[in-house]
Design a protein around this ligand. Structure first.
Ligand code: NDP
Length: 256
């Protein structure tokens, strides 16, 4: 994939939650395109395994154990990436969790945990890498939303709030940083087969079949479906694309 517009050789990407699921799918795409990758997650063993797998593509990788809800840890992460990989050109804000409860039983601490992991983390990480991107003459930030950036769900009040918020945060940063040549976009995944949705399928009766019935592509997404969009939004192919929220959903969001 290392040709012209999509070539990421010499670039450095930070991928939060890059040790598994959609984050790993995107990290693989970025690595194929030639970027060095910093895999950021809490689970050190998982991050090291992912970093080792990515390095097999001939790129530099590091695993940075970080809780992205912790401002100090995020600042230390950005500093370590800058000093060990030399620069930061791409940030993928992908780390996310869900706690599935209706609004009337969701504890405020659970609300805070989902909002801080899915939304505040994107603010902390974006703010932490901004000086490095500005110094490099530009950058690319990719935020991960959801179908719940668009639709509601009775079992996901905090999650839907965080994913709606991430789209508006994306737009605000796109406006703020266009003059620094930093493009900021969001991806809205449909229903993708990962650890996160394995739990959802266990907890919500009939979910698997309802998703299949509503998805024009007639399948759940896989993590490989995110490699191409990640490379597009991280490369010069998207230099005039900013503030967007692009569904990667097999048509789920356009199904009437
Ligand atoms: P996974 O559960 O497979 O991955 C979540 C990732 O987030 C893990 O790598 C985890 O790493 C990391 N993470 C969670 N909390 C933290 C934290 N506090 N600090 C650092 N890393 C953290 O889920 P998915 O791959 O499915 O989800 C990835 C993103 O995609 C999320 O934002 C999710 O909301 C979104 N999404 C997923 C959809 C799907 O159908 N799967 C649909 C729509 C959106 P570790 O445990 O090491 O911390």
């Amino acid at each position: 994939m290392k040709t012209g517009l999509f070539d990421l050789s010499g670039k450095v990407a930070v991928v939060t939650g890059g040790n598994g699921g959609i984050g790993l799918g995107m990290a693989r795409g970025l690595a194929e395109a030639g970027a060095a990758i910093a895999v950021v997650g809490r689970n050190e063993a998982k991050s090291k395994t992912a970093a080792a797998e990515l390095a097999e593509r001939g790129i530099r990788t590091i695993a940075v154990t970080t809780d992205v809800t912790d401002k100090g840890a995020v600042a230390a992460m950005a500093e370590r990436v800058g000093s060990e990989l030399g620069r930061i050109d791409i940030l993928v804000n992908n780390a996310g969790i869900n706690i599935r409860k209706p609004p009337h039983t969701l504890d405020p601490a659970e609300w805070d945990s989902v909002i801080s992991t899915n939304l505040t983390s994107a603010f902390l990480c974006s703010q932490a890498v901004y000086p490095a991107m500005k110094a490099a003459g530009g950058g690319k930030i990719v935020n991960i939303g959801s179908m719940m950036s668009i639709f509601g769900a009775s079992f996901a009040p905090a999650y839907a709030a965080s994913k709606g918020g991430i789209v508006q945060f994306t737009r605000a940063c796109a406006c703020a940083w266009a003059g620094d040549n930093i493009q900021v976009n969001a991806i809205l995944p449909g229903w993708i087969d990962t650890d996160l949705t394995k739990r959802a399928r266990e907890q919500i009766d009939g979910l698997h079949d309802r998703v299949l019935a509503r998805t024009p592509a007639s399948r759940w997404g896989g993590i490989d479906d995110f490699a191409g969009i990640a490379v597009f939004l991280a490369s010069s192919a998207s230099d005039f694309v900013t503030g967007t929220a692009i569904p990667v959903d097999g048509g789920y969001s356009v199904m009437g």
